[in-house]
Design a protein around this ligand. Structure first.
Ligand code: ZN
Length: 387
């Protein structure tokens, strides 16, 4: 067992001084003063540290992605250390443009590998294109019979790399996700990649307006990628939709109008969006192509899951949001939206996924996933198999 003493609790709501007893991968007790013999529990003195839920990164190209500049531009898979350094204890893996050299079988195998290495992992079924290429014959069956599948995606819309599905084809995927989600007791959500195209969120609004499907069946991502899509996102979220912002970025993207996630969060809240509607994801291990003015590829780099909490920290330090509000977008919100019932909060009975933060600069100091210490006092203790 692990006993964390004297932590400043953010569950993610601020809860004051608290001790936490962890065992069997779960949070066993949370009380102001827990005493137990050191024979039975390793004690971590968290005096002056903030204890927060382990972070959920719900859009990561865990087996690598990219490839849009040819084979040499295929990006590498997620190293365990990156997740640990970023305080990420739960990831949802997805495929992107490339659903051909990257397959559902490979994605699932990588997710299982990361789980063996200590993380909690899930996957979306499919990739950019429709019809969806699932592992079993239908999305409903993937949701029903593959534990790790919690939804579909990332399906690309309003993008030159999308398969340009018609509205009916897109609505049918949302319907399949809903049906499979209901039958399996999972979220069955469709993660939708939005590009720079002028159609923006059009298909998502039409699903809500023209079908019986609820907006909560879709999670559109990259909403902060340009001011026009961001403005659309505000109206869409105020009408009950979820919106996800991407934290991996380049200076050139920001210069061209991408809105930094911390600022995007503040602006959405100021516009009256319910804070429960917003999530951040890193798009980790996705490729970040850097084009020059004539459209030539200048350089290509890789998204990092460490950008996830860095963006939350920015929301607190630069945009003046409270830690408990900012934390929701990578803890309790994704857990609720994706129906990960034991994740995203600190309470007895839930999974023992937690992060200790240095109080002043909010640096990740200690990371515990399913009760196991992956990083302690700034030192990474766990390594991936080939790291
Ligand atoms: Zn995407």
């Amino acid at each position: 067992m692990l006993l964390i003493k004297n932590a400043d609790l953010y569950s993610p709501e601020a809860g004051g001084r608290c001790d936490l007893l962890l065992g069997g991968g779960k949070i066993l007790r949370m009380e102001p003063d827990i005493r137990i013999s050191r024979k039975y529990a390793e004690v971590i003195d968290a005096r002056n540290l903030k204890v927060v839920p382990g972070f959920i990164d719900a859009h990561v190209h865990i087996m690598g992605g990219g490839g849009e500049g040819g084979f040499a531009t295929r990006t590498p898979g997620l190293p365990l250390t990156d997740a640990i350094l970023g305080g990420v204890t739960t990831v949802v893996g997805c495929l992107g443009t490339d659903g051909y050299t990257r397959t559902m079988a490979g994605l699932l195998a990588k997710a299982k590998g990361l789980e063996e290495e200590g993380l909690s992992t899930y996957v979306y079924s499919g990739s950019y294109g429709l019809p969806l290429r699932t592992l079993l014959p239908t999305l409903e069956e993937d949701l029903l019979f593959i534990d790790k599948v919690i939804g579909a995606g990332e399906v690309a819309l309003s993008d030159h790399r999308s398969s340009q599905p018609g509205f009916e084809a897109f609505a049918q995927v949302v319907a399949m996700a809903r049906r499979g989600g209901m039958l399996s007791g999972k979220a069955g959500i469709v993660n939708v990649h939005l590009g720079d195209g002028e159609r923006g969120l059009d298909f998502l609004r039409r699903v809500v307006a023209e079908t019986e499907l609820p907006p909560t069946q879709m999670l559109p991502t990259h909403i902060n990628r340009n001011p026009r899509l961001f403005e659309e996102g505000i109206a869409y979220a105020k009408a009950g939709g979820f919106v996800d912002f991407t934290t991996s970025t380049l200076a050139s993207y920001l210069a061209e109008g991408e809105i930094p996630c911390g600022r995007a969060l503040r602006l959405m809240l100021e516009a009256g969006v319910d804070p429960g509607q917003i999530t951040f994801t890193s798009d980790g291990q996705g490729s970040l192509p850097d084009w020059d003015h004539s459209g030539r590829l200048q350089a290509i780099s890789v998204g990092r899951v460490t950008s996830l909490f860095a963006a939350v920290r920015q929301a607190v330090q630069e945009e003046g949001l409270s830690l408990e509000t900012a934390l929701r977008v990578i803890t309790s919100n994704p857990a609720r939206i994706l129906k990960l019932k034991a994740k995203g909060r600190l309470a007895p009975g839930l999974d023992a996924d937690l992060v200790l933060l240095e109080p002043k600069n909010l640096e990740v100091r200690t990371v515990i996933a399913k009760g196991r210490l992956l990083m302690k006092a700034g030192k990474v203790l766990a390594k991936g198999m080939f790291e």
